[in-house]
Design a protein around this ligand. Structure first.
Ligand SMILES: *[C@@H]1O[C@H](CO)[C@@H](O)[C@H](O)[C@H]1NC(C)=O
Ligand SMILES: *[C@@H]1O[C@H](CO)[C@@H](O)[C@H](O)[C@H]1NC(C)=O
Ligand SMILES: *[C@@H]1O[C@H](CO)[C@@H](O)[C@H](O)[C@H]1NC(C)=O
Length: 272
């Protein structure tokens, strides 16, 4: 992160948001939004031009970044964001059996099951709900109809599928959905925001990693934005895995994919 600040020559502010269980959903995105709004209003104090603000996050931070960018489109009292950068972010909690979820289901650091476990912890819900969520029983039929055009293996380029066979969502169970309908709302699953919001998003940088369950979330969000006319730049780390950014500055334990991602972010920022 220091390298991004130095080499891209930017003022960098990190939001330290509260964690669950003391701070369950939705406090994270709200804290990030409040911090961003505060910074936008006071940017000049930090020598920053308020029209040049970029928000950025990796992993869960990428989820919050995508939600904050959408919420900011509703604010007429603030300058437009210059850009957002989403590094292996999850953007949907409807289908946990997309090709990347199936292909890299057992990856260390973030497996298919860990994603669901984190979600349940985040909402402070019964861990026994895991298998129903994994299978998609929490998704009402009207949402399946509405959202399939945005979240489906059909929207994943062929070269990423590698013999993938579609796993249909299991039958809907209202009692599971009722536990936390927020899962499918845009403040958690940002890909489900309406077109008029998506169309107002700033230029976006998306990083995906080959060995990451969230790879396809990134690919789907890229398509969703492009279909709405948003300018997207994309970097795919062929050797990357979820969390690799944390291994970009560890001496002999450095993973080249982590360095590549940092380079790509610097490049994006300098190109704006
Ligand atoms: C946001 O990120 C967290 C942590 O990586 C993950 O558990 C969650 O599934 C993500 N949200 C969505 C909507 O994918
Ligand atoms: C992750 O997915 C890739 C294909 O995208 C596959 O080659 C690799 O073996 C998978 N890794 C694990 C640990 O499942
Ligand atoms: C990266 O490291 C930070 C600090 O140790 C940790 O909080 C975060 O969960 C890690 N990110 C990923 C995606 O593993």
């Amino acid at each position: 992160v220091c390298r991004i600040a130095k080499e891209a020559d930017v003022v960098l502010v990190a939001v330290s948001y509260g964690l669950s269980p003391e701070h369950p959903y939705p406090s994270q995105y709200k804290q990030c939004l409040a911090a961003t709004v505060h910074f936008m209003r006071n940017a000049e104090v930090y020598g920053v031009d308020p029209s040049q603000i970029i928000i950025f996050g990796d992993s869960a931070g990428g989820n919050f970044t995508s939600v904050v960018a959408q919420q900011l489109t509703k604010r007429r009292d603030l300058p437009k964001l210059r850009a957002q950068a989403l590094i292996y972010a999850g953007v949907q909690a409807m289908d946990f059996n997309l090709p990347s979820y199936v292909q890299n289901a057992t990856m260390p650091l973030l497996s298919q099951e860990t994603v669901i476990k984190f979600i349940l912890q985040y909402f402070i819900k019964d861990p026994a709900l895991k298998s129903d969520i994994l299978k998609g029983s929490h998704v009402p039929d009207h949402y399946r109809l509405k959202y399939r055009k945005w979240v489906s293996a059909d929207n994943i380029p062929e070269k990423f599928k590698r013999g993938y066979r579609e796993v249909p969502l299991a039958p809907y169970k209202p009692e599971v959905y009722k536990q936390f309908p927020e899962l499918l709302e845009e403040t958690f699953s940002s890909i489900f925001a309406e077109d008029h919001i998506i169309k107002q998003l700033p230029e976006t940088f998306i990083v995906t990693c080959e060995y990451d369950v969230f790879r396809d979330d990134g690919l789907l969000y890229k398509k969703r934005l492009e279909d709405c006319g948003v300018k997207v730049r994309w970097f795919h780390a062929e050797q990357g895995f979820h969390g690799v950014l944390n291994f970009s500055d560890l001496g002999i334990f450095t993973f080249p994919a982590g360095v590549e991602i940092v380079d790509s972010i610097i490049d994006f920022v300098k190109g704006l």
